[in-house]
Design a protein around this ligand. Sequence first.
Ligand code: KIV
Ligand code: ZN
Length: 511
Amino acid sequence: MKSRRNQAMKRIKIFDTTLRDGEQSPGCSMNISEKIEMARQLEKLGVDIIEAGFAIASPMDHKSVQAIAGAVTNCTVASLARCTKGDIDAAWDAVKTAKHPRIHVFLATSDIHMEYKLQMSREQVLQRISEMVAYAKSFCQDIEFSAEDASRSEWAFLAQCYSNAVAAGATTLNVPDTVGYSTPQEMAELITYLRQNVTGVENVDISVHCHNDLGMAVANSLACVKAGATQIECTVNGIGERAGNASLEELVMAIHTRRDFYDAETGINTRQIYRSSKLLSNITGVPIPPSKAIVGANAFAHESGIHQHGVIANAQTYEIMNSVDVGIPQNTMVLGKHSGKHALREKLISMGYELTDEELESVFTRFKVLADKKKNITGSDIEALVLHRRNTAIGSCRLLSHVVNAGDGVPNTSCIKLQRDNDVLEEVAIGSGPLDASFKAINRMLDMDIKLESFSLNAVTDGEDAIGEAVVKVAAPDGQVYTGTGLSTDIIESSIRAYVNGINKMMEATA
Ligand code: KIV
Ligand code: ZN
């Protein structure tokens, strides 16, 4: 597409760090199969680079980066590494089988980090950058160098750090606002300065990596695009350290909707945005706030009469984007009790889901059960069934039945029957409520010491027969937390299913 000034559009690379910086944030950890599923979705979304993890951090991180390197082909796969040989060796070992591998090395350059964290002088930092970027380059052509806390570094010294990195072979220079301190104007001025003062900058990509401590991560990143940055680092739903990273969906839709202003475009298939956001929320159990831009439940809702009237007359009166372009399912009544597998497959394809025959069979079986309980099955219901197909497949414990007796002034009891491998287990417990009784019965029958960390319940759609989606976080005795989700029109059943799903993940991880 041409811009309003009739120049070729600038192509902005999207570097997704959901599986690294995002996964570092509390409550967002994922197991290997979840990371692979998310990486495959990021590939469908069309991101240019997936930062798959920090290979040296743990054997599990190393394994996940390696698995993602083997699972995706259309994106570059990067691993983070500090400026040490051990980190770079681990990063290379993890990404070397990727079709497009990248090593991402970083070193702090602000005075406060150099003095208190690294205890290194400026000269030592400059030398380490040259040595370690060159070391990484001896393995891999595609090298990104990040000057951690760049936005609080002294500019002339920072330019020298980046010049050294380019001379040693870096192909991308990343400028992080590590502590989310900068303003859009300052970030734009810094990018302009670096473009004028880094030797060899014209041959490399300039990237930005903004944190959201002051709520400006997206604005800061966009200001950098205006100033000449060609790569943005971001995460789905904006997850990340502390207040998070710049949100992928907000950045991409801002560039897309205001391409007249930014003269830029990305390679993102915007119709995969909502699905990516839902998948991440489903995996981590971290809900999407209703008022979250682009993907929140209220992002396209019009409550006031004046707005509704305007939108009916002409959608553009109050809508700057179309929810279809973001891939939000249209919740008109779509299927029901008499719909067959073919109709379900057609609907899934129209929603952008391509399932294998086996996956379709599993979704269809649960669709039929749902259709017996719920008259109108909407796009959101179908999407929930698809997202939960993964969870129903995990683990060796399966809920066979539950009988709950609850009320005011009576003991709350629950009788749970589970299948574990080939055994059928049954237990009754009394609790302070129906869920407490159910969870106690499960703990007792599995003889496990499990702590319920959090529990939430959401309706997937409106109406009395809505599906309830339960999310539980359960902690193992070692403190590790696992997220389980469950789906049913009966909220007690969805809660018990979520609890069993969390336990299954715990048992899978510790097996
Ligand atoms: O925030 C930061 O500085 C980082 C770097 C490692 C890129 O995440
Ligand atoms: Zn970061």
